[in-house]
Design a protein around this ligand. Structure first.
Ligand SMILES: O=C(O)C(=O)C[C@H](O)C(=O)CO
Ligand SMILES: [Zn+2]
Length: 274
């Protein structure tokens, strides 16, 4: 079963008038990981798709969805998959990849139907592509690792870049994940925006009772969303995306837009946030 939820793009003037329920309805995705289901959210920000596939020992096939009106999902799209569960298998274009926890699989445009199996919990990201590039499994050992932040500022963390120009080629998709050190709570502080690219944050590895207070909005009109384990926030190009957690967490960041330059960020210092 494939379920798709569509989110329209929201103007920042509209977003600043929203109450909590409206902010959550437009920018938070919940319940993506359900046994035996593929559940996707299609956002009109850069036509990005996020979702989950949990085969739970069976097989799930992502072949096509009505929303793209294409013969197959990947006909004009590329995909990045992260396994946040136990070992599972992905098959596409006549190839099989066994994915351990934390592995990332890039599937190029035209790879055809995608089959998920095993004990994996697969986080799916996808955006339009303009040419077919080779599919590739990127393991944790292949990723580019960056240590950043400090204990004194409660934001010491490791950023791992997987679908990134320093590691491999993609059309629009840039993806990796960031893990907080014990005792550090803040991600992406100082905050930034990048009007050239939208971004999505999937938070995982959290205790069920834990929450991340995710900050969004224009830098001088910030809002917050309380996020639970395995929920994602869609970050419009005009929005900061930053958060502080109660307890440890990892978040998968994925983006698409005009460039694949990870360093293209307009920083906003804490004293300039409102
Ligand atoms: O911890 C961080 O800082 C991040 O992971 C930042 C994201 O990668 C990001 O926002 C990239 O644009
Ligand atoms: Zn960003």
């Amino acid at each position: 079963m494939i379920h798709v939820d569509t989110r329209q793009a929201v103007h920042p003037d509209h977003a600043r008038t929203m109450d909590t329920a409206a902010l959550r309805a437009h920018f938070l995705t919940q319940g993506m990981f359900r046994d035996g289901e593929i559940r996707l959210t299609y956002t009109h920000y850069d036509r990005f798709i996020v979702g989950g596939a949990v085969p739970a020992g069976g097989h799930l096939v992502l072949d096509k969805i009505a929303e793209t009106r294409t013969a197959s999902f990947l006909e004009r799209r590329e995909m990045g998959i992260v396994n946040i569960g136990d070992t599972g298998r992905v098959q596409a274009a006549g190839q099989d990849w066994d994915m351990a926890y934390g592995d990332v699989l890039y599937l190029g445009m035209g790879a055809g139907p995608v089959t998920f199996s095993g004990a994996g919990r697969f986080y799916i990201t996808s955006c339009p592509a303009h040419r077919a590039l080779p599919s590739r499994l990127v393991t944790v050992a292949d990723a580019k690792e960056m240590k950043t932040g400090a204990t004194e500022t409660s934001n010491k963390r490791t950023i791992r870049q997987f679908i990134h120009p320093l590691v491999m080629e993609s059309c629009q998709l840039v993806l990796g994940y960031t893990t907080l050190e014990d005792g550090s709570v803040w991600n992406t502080m100082p905050a930034h925006v990048h009007d050239r690219r939208m971004e999505a944050y999937l938070y995982h590895g959290m205790q069920p009772q834990s929450r991340v207070l995710h900050l969004m909005g224009e830098p001088q009109e910030t809002r917050h969303i309380f996020v639970a384990n395995e929920q994602a926030v869609l970050s419009p190009p005009w929005s900061i995306h930053s958060g502080a957690g109660i307890g440890g967490y990892t978040f998968i960041w994925a983006m698409a837009g005009d460039n694949v330059d990870y360093t293209d960020m307009d920083f906003v210092q804490p004293e300039d946030l409102r």
